[in-house]
Design a protein around this ligand. Structure first.
Ligand SMILES: [Zn+2]
Ligand SMILES: [Zn+2]
Length: 349
């Protein structure tokens, strides 16, 4: 929150390693030549929502928050589905996300929205600072060699899916089906980091600025109920009430009925009823955000005052020196005049 105005060297975009990221944003325009068929658009939609599920249900609600349980094979398949989304490996993703909750909205938050839209949306991903996996944050899953393998070789996922799309739908399958959905999926997911602390309403008094937004829930399969989520991160369900659309949870519920997942954690009614802002609870999250902003403005003003004082101080010193030099010269001249006068007095008869 009291973020420095300038980015540290390892926080600046690494333009060389980011080339694939920018290039993939240009590839969707190849649809001008491949054309756009109904089948390719359906493939794009399927890959968007399908892979969004692996991110929300797998990377987020399972690997980062352990909000439900599953056996080792479905756990592996969830991670395998996740790596096709081109959002690095499950251990990398979940370990950084745990830090987001631990330090939300502070200077240690990996993608604090207090540092602006660009930083929280993509800046933190394109710099070198967060490139590695923080294994110390995810020792519970890092003990599985198959997950460490997928985490390390995560690029196999998008490559395999891209080739499959080409085999299935030719160039159209690759461009529209794969690249369109991959770019949309990136920005859909990144929106949770950049805007879910900015747009929407706050229901619970959390320590951060998280908000609930239907618009974000619609594009992310239910991850828009971000204030609910920060309030009770261990819940597999983020839409706490029936009217809060949360398709990720509906699918998880379905999977629990057939025994693929189990022990879905959901907040009891008493937890959902507590800490409601409408009941007059003090909004500590917004208070912290506003005071931090005020502190950083005051610090900026203080720096400017110091700089002014320094500049004025230099001028005063120079003037004092000049005045001193003039006085010395005047004294010297006076001494000369006095000497000359004495000589004149002595030479008179
Ligand atoms: Zn958040
Ligand atoms: Zn989370």
């Amino acid at each position: 929150m009291t973020a420095p105005a300038r980015l540290a060297p390892d926080e600046r975009v690494n333009w060389v390693t980011s080339i694939p990221f920018f290039l993939i944003h240009l590839l969707p325009f190849a649809a001008i030549w491949t054309g756009v068929s109904r089948g390719a658009v359906l493939l794009c939609a399927g890959l968007y929502f399908g892979r969004m599920f692996f991110i929300t249900a797998g990377y987020h609600r399972y690997f980062a928050h352990r909000s439900y349980r599953m056996a080792r094979v479905p756990q592996f398949l969830m991670a395998l589905g996740g790596i096709t989304a081109a959002q690095k490996g499950p251990l990398w993703w979940a370990a950084h996300h745990r830090d987001h909750h631990r330090y939300a909205d502070t200077e240690n938050d990996v993608h604090s929205p207090q540092r602006g839209f660009w930083w929280s949306h993509v800046g933190w991903i394109l710099c070198d600072k967060f490139g590695g996996t923080k294994y110390e944050n995810i020792t519970d899953f890092a003990r599985y060699p198959e997950l460490r393998f997928l985490n390390k070789w995560n690029m196999l996922g998008p490559w395999a899916l891209g080739i499959a799309c080409y085999l299935l739908g030719g160039w159209q399958g690759l461009v529209v089906g794969f690249f369109w959905s991959t770019v949309l999926l990136w920005h859909g997911t990144f929106t949770v980091n950049s805007l879910a602390h900015v747009i929407g309403r706050r229901r619970y008094a959390t320590n951060d600025t998280s908000r609930n937004s239907l618009a974000i829930a619609l594009i992310t399969g239910g991850e828009g109920w971000h204030n609910n989520h920060h309030y009770h991160p261990g819940s597999a369900r983020q839409g706490f009430f029936w009217w809060e659309f949360d398709p990720t949870f509906y699918v998880l519920r379905g999977l629990s009925l057939v025994g693929v997942v189990h022990d879905l954690r959901t907040p009891p009614r008493t937890v959902r009823a507590r800490h409601r802002l409408r009941d007059g609870h003090f909004d500590i999250g917004m208070f912290r955000a506003y005071t931090a902003r005020a502190r950083s403005v005051a610090a900026g003003a203080g720096d400017r005052i110091d700089a002014t004082r320094e500049a004025v101080g230099d001028r005063i010193d120079a003037t004092r020196e000049a005045v001193g030099a003039h006085l010395q010269a005047a004294v010297h001249t006076a001494e000369e005049v006095a000497k000359a006068a004495r000589r004149q007095v002595r030479s008179q008869p």
